[in-house]
Write a protein that binds this ligand. Sequence first.
Ligand SMILES: CC/C=C\C/C=C\C/C=C\CCCCCCCC(=O)SCCNC(=O)CCNC(=O)[C@H](O)C(C)(C)COP(=O)(O)OP(=O)(O)OC[C@H]1O[C@@H](n2cnc3c(N)ncnc32)[C@H](O)[C@@H]1OP(=O)(O)O
Length: 237
Amino acid sequence: MLRSCTAGLRSIWALRGRREGAPRLSMDLQPARRLFSTEKVIHKDWALPNPSWSKDLKLLFDQFMKKCEDGSWERLPSYKRRSTQESEDFKTYFLDPKLVEEERLSQAQLFTRGFEDGLGFEYVIFKNNDEKRTVCLFQGGPYLQGVPGLLHGGAMATMIDIALGSCTGGAVMTANLNINFKRPVPLCSVVVINSQLDKLEGRKLFLSCNVRSVDEKTLYSEATGLFIKLDPEKSST
Ligand SMILES: CC/C=C\C/C=C\C/C=C\CCCCCCCC(=O)SCCNC(=O)CCNC(=O)[C@H](O)C(C)(C)COP(=O)(O)OP(=O)(O)OC[C@H]1O[C@@H](n2cnc3c(N)ncnc32)[C@H](O)[C@@H]1OP(=O)(O)O
C-alpha cells in the first residue's frame, strides 16, 4: 500500500501545476491575467475527477454519474468558497464584524479544498433527495496521515461532518458529532460514506452514516450527528 502511495505521490508531483486552474502563474504576468486565473480557481468545481484519482474512485464516480441520468441522484458541486449569497446568509447568523477582519475573510476558503490535487481531501458527494441520503466517495491523500500509513481520525471526522451536513439543507451547524472508529483507514485508499437523515424534530436534524471500503467488506466507522437549523432571531457569536 505504501509503495503504491509513493508511486501516486511521484505522479502527483509530476502533474502538479499542470492541472486545470492550478495557480502557477509566473510573476511577469499582467495583473489582469492574474486576477482572471484567481477567479478561475475560486469558481472551479472541485468535485470532479483529476489525475490523482485512483481507479476505484473513478469507477465509483462513473457509476454514480450514471445514476444521475434519470434525476434520482445529483452530484453536488464543491467550491473553495461559498457563493456571495450563501456567505451573506451565514453572516446574518454569526459574523460579528468585530471578530474577523474583512480582509482576512476575503482569503477564507473551505479547508478540505486547500490541498494540491491528490495530497489531501479528494471527494465527491452524490445526493438522493427523495431518500434524504447522500453517498460521499472519499480518497484521503498522503498529507492526511495520522499513524504512519493510516488516515488521521480527524481527517475522517472532517469528511463525516461534511458528508452528514450534505444531507441537510440551508443554514445549519453541527451541534454534536459522535464517531466510532472501528478499523483504521489505509492512507490513499478510497472509502464510501453512506449518510442519511434519520429524524427531523423542529430545528434539530438527526443524521447517521457509515464508512466502508469500496468492496463493502470493511466497516471503518459509524457515526451520528445532530445538526441545528440556525434561528434568524439568534446570533451565535
Ligand atoms: C453544515 C454543513 C452544511 C452543508 C454541507 C453541504 C454541502 C457541502 C458543502 C460545503 C461543505 C461545508 C461543510 C462545512 C461543515 C462545517 C460544519 C461545522 O463545522 S459547524 C462548526 C462546529 N459547530 C459549531 O461551532 C456550533 C457551535 N454551537 C452553536 O453555534 C449553537 O450551539 C447551535 C448549534 C447553533 C445551537 O444554538 P441555538 O441557540 O440556535 O439553539 P439551542 O436553543 O441551543 O438548541 C436548539 C435545540 O437543539 C438542542 N441542542 C443544541 N445543541 C445540542 C447538543 N450539542 N446536543 C444535544 N442537543 C443539542 C437544544 O437542546 C435545543 O433542543 P430543544 O429544546 O428540544 O429545541
